[in-house]
Structures are given as C-alpha cells and as structure tokens.
Unconditional design. Structure first.
Length: 121
C-alpha cells in the first residue's frame, strides 16, 4: 500500500495551486467543479502521491497545526531563494549534519511545508 492522496481544504484554490506548483513543483493532473466549490489534484508524476486541494466556500479550512508535509528536492538552496524572493518568509535552512538539510515555509492556509534535501544512496 501507499498513500494515494492527501486532501487539504483551502480558502483560495488559485493561490493554493500557485503555491504547490511553485514550491513543490507539482502540476494539476485533474480539476473539476464540486458544487458549490471546486477540487484540484496535483502530482509530480504517474503513481505518485497527490495533493487534493478542496475549495468549499462555506466550510472550515485545514489549519495545519501539529503536522507538516515534506517534499524532497535536490535544489534546496535554489528553492529557498525562490520562496524568499516571492515573499513567503521561509525559515533558515537547517543543516545539523551532512545528511540533514531542510527549511519550512507556510502555504496560503498556514500548512507547514518542509523542503528537504536527502543524500543520494
């Protein structure tokens, strides 16, 4: 088994799509109306875990307290600079040992997102 998708309720679907396309380099793989709202699934490839963004105008959004979503990247420094330039206020890059480099940034709804570099095995 593996996780198929993780769903997040969002306040603004367009802002959330832009965030995950920019920060996690995901692409919208399907999108549809779900009256009274809309749903978009984003992924980085076939068979990969998807992020499902659910916009329902009058329902509570997920606030992300007590958890974070981690995305692996091989261009940590470049991504840190990109999110800094976009005014997303990332944390400093943490570098506790040679195999631990990461930083955090919040999505438009306050979900903590970690971008992390992993050494090649």
């Amino acid at each position: 088994m593996h996780i198929k998708h993780i769903a997040l309720r969002v306040r603004d679907l367009e802002k959330s799509i832009e965030f995950y396309e920019t920060v996690a380099e995901l692409k919208v793989v399907r999108r549809f109306k779900a009256d009274p709202g809309e749903v978009a699934f984003l992924s980085n490839g076939p068979g990969a875990t998807e992020i499902e963004l659910v916009y329902m105008p009058e329902q509570q959004c997920f606030e992300g307290k007590g958890m974070f979503i981690c995305f692996a990247t091989d261009k940590l420094d470049e991504m840190h600079q990109l999110v800094s330039e976009k005014g997303l206020n990332p944390s400093p890059i943490q570098n506790f040992d040679p195999e631990t480099r990461y930083f955090y940034v919040y999505d438009p709804d306050g979900v903590s997102v970690q971008l992390r570099w992993y050494p090649e095995n």
